[in-house]
Design a protein around this ligand. Structure first.
Ligand code: EPU
Length: 292
């Protein structure tokens, strides 16, 4: 199948915050052989490649963005690969939605990912950001990752070569900027009922502490060592603060939400205000998650 190239893709239409202008092009991959064409395309153009996934955890700027969005579509769902000493190895395409993987694991009675209930991104995004919540980090489950680059092609990299940190993934002996194509994780055997119960508990907690149905990109600032950015923003008086149609959620101050018709400029203004007020009042410097 041929690589599909979509000119002028809207970032607002592709991100959960519904913000941002347009990228130069979107390359849609349907199977591994499309990667060769992507390699040729990327070596001919000087665009920065950016894997968009399901557009969560992203704040895209207004105006034109000099990037090539990359999106994999139609990759196979999860499959059981083998039983190892630690549990059952499950393989899936990086473009699979994380909630889809969690739903599959629940039906199969496999435990290990329940803490990530309610995170909306892709499996590849969960690797790239080492998605974490309620004591679970995706990286803890990874046994190997299949990475791609135009010069190196596809290659499996074992967890022993990967470095997972707080919202961070790297393979120290490889250059950065590789596309995550497939992932293998290890899950343990439980029952569908027990896994469903654990997922319900996590979702119940999230529903009362996070704005789960609002248009947001999850937490906008990383947590500083030993503290919570949400708590600090709250203490600094930022809860519910608005700029135009963008606001810090009044449920959880570290969630920036689009009330409808917000702009990236308003979002960036609010982020700078939050950062400045927390620095001045509490002496802590906050760092943002992903902005493109
Ligand atoms: N808090 C406040 N006011 C607020 C928000 C929080 O006082 O507006 C207090 C809470 O009462 C609690 C403490 O701050 O005592 C921590 O809050 P919470 O349990 O909600 O955790 P968090 O540190 O704010 C982190 C992750 C979330 C993840 C939750 C649950 C980051 C930046 N945030 O939030 O991840 O879902 O823990 O494990 O690491 C994300 O990364 O996008 C994200 C949403």
């Amino acid at each position: 199948m041929a690589l599909q190239l979509i000119p002028d893709p809207s970032l607002a239409e592709r991100t959960t915050l519904r913000l941002g202008g347009h990228a130069e092009v979107e390359a849609v991959l349907r199977e591994a052989s499309d990667l060769d064409e992507l390699g040729t395309f990327l070596t001919r153009h000087t665009l920065r490649p950016f894997v968009i996934g399901r557009g969560s955890n992203l704040l895209a700027r207004d105006g034109r963005c000099d990037i090539a969005l990359i999106r994999a579509a139609g990759q196979p769902g999860p499959t059981r690969v083998e039983r190892s000493d630690e549990g059952l190895v499950v393989r899936c395409g990086a473009a699979l939605a994380l909630p889809g993987l969690l739903g599959w694991a629940q039906r199969a009675g496999l435990t290990g990912l329940e803490g990530l209930t309610g995170i909306p991104g892709t499996v590849g995004g969960a690797v790239a950001m080492n998605a974490g919540s309620y004591g679970v980090e995706f990286g803890q489950r990874v046994s190997r990752v299949r990475l791609w680059s135009p010069s190196g092609g596809l290659t499996w990299v074992g967890a022993d070569r990967c470095s997972f940190g707080y919202r961070r993934f790297a393979v120290p002996d490889l250059p950065a900027g590789r596309l995550i194509w497939e992932v293998e994780i290890v899950l343990e055997t439980s029952t569908p009922r027990a896994v469903r119960q654990a997922m319900r508990e996590v979702y119940g907690k999230k529903r009362t502490t996070q704005p789960v149905t609002a248009r947001s990109a999850g937490c906008v600032f990383k947590n500083p060592e030993g503290d919570s950015a949400g708590r600090l923003l709250d203490r600094a008086g930022m809860k519910g603060m608005r700029r135009g149609q963008m606001a810090f959620s009044d449920i959880h101050s570290n969630f920036l939400i689009n009330l409808g018709g917000g702009t990236s400029a308003q979002a960036l203004d609010l982020i700078e205000l939050g950062r400045e007020v927390v620095k001045t009042r509490l002496g802590v410097t906050l760092e943002t998650e992903v902005i493109i």
